[in-house]
Write a protein that binds this ligand. Structure first.
Ligand code: PGA
Length: 267
């Protein structure tokens, strides 16, 4: 089996394990959008592709207010971060029972901005992943190397530490229910995307590591300056199971176009 065949098999396995073969299009709004803007966004969003799974990660303050409309539109949703404890004296945090109660089915964890600005560690990320899975909520574990590490050709050890660290507390059957998002830090919000070759190489390497070390195939999303112009091409790269989109997910026209245009060409 050549490398491309092997990769196709890994990706197909990943989708089979999740019970679907949908390309995942996830929007991370970060600390953007007021309630008024968010409603206008949802009104402007237009897509009807049944072979896409659309997810939104709005600020926590908007989740409940938007939940009805998101459900109507078959958009899955969740928070950009959670605390692993079910409750207690953790000022400023939100818990998993809180998000579960309002219908969240996924949560972002370990985003590079959380790691960089809030000192989030792989050990914490693993606790969060475990606690989410205990409640049947899908953790989307974000991983990615800095520009310095990429330039030193050290991206593999960085990703390996993040993957192993993030999965550390999980049982094999739990690891099967995780989604990863590969987001090179140098491509986030910079307008610079990784080249198709870099994306293909990283995704293939991550999928192989997951298969060889943990015996699983799970979707690996790509994130980092994905927009309405490059989504079709990136979505067609073998190994890319979908996108995690920041800036372009704030504009309903651009986000609709990405959902509508991108396909499963890479599978
Ligand atoms: P970007 O952000 O699309 O604005 O680069 C991606 C992310 O941080 O998830």
């Amino acid at each position: 089996m050549d490398q491309k065949e092997e990769l196709r098999r890994l990706v197909e396995d990943a989708f089979r394990q999740l019970g679907h073969r949908k390309l995942i299009v996830a929007g991370n709004w970060k600390m953007n959008m007021t309630l008024k803007e968010a409603f206008a966004f949802l009104d402007g969003l237009s897509f009807k592709q049944p072979d896409r799974e659309v997810l939104l990660f709005p600020p926590a303050t908007l989740l409940l207010a938007l939940s009805g409309k998101m459900k109507e539109r078959r958009i899955s949703y969740g928070p950009q971060n959670v605390h692993h404890q079910p409750g207690g004296a953790y000022t400023g945090e939100i818990s998993i029972p809180m998000i579960e109660e309002i219908g969240c089915t996924a949560a972002l964890i370990g985003h590079s901005e959380r790691r960089q600005y809030f000192g989030e560690t792989d050990a914490e990320i693993s606790r969060k992943a475990k606690a989410l899975l205990d409640k049947g909520i899908t953790p989307i574990i974000c991983i990615g190397e800095t520009l310095e590490r990429r330039e030193a050709d050290c991206w593999k050890p960085v990703l390996e530490l993040q993957i192993r660290g993030g999965l550390n507390r999980l049982l094999p059957e739990e690891i099967r229910r995780v989604i990863f998002a590969y987001e090179p830090v140098w491509a986030i919000g910079t307008g610079v995307t990784a080249s198709n070759e870099e994306i293909a190489q990283a995704h293939q390497w991550i999928l192989s590591l997951l298969k060889d070390s943990f015996g699983v195939s799970v979707p690996v999303l790509y994130g980092g300056s994905v927009n309405e112009k490059n989504a079709v091409e990136i979505g067609g790269i073998p190994g890319v199971g979908g996108f995690l989109i920041g800036g372009a997910s704030l504009d309903s026209g651009k986000f609709s176009k990405i959902i509508g245009d991108c396909g499963l060409a890479g599978l």
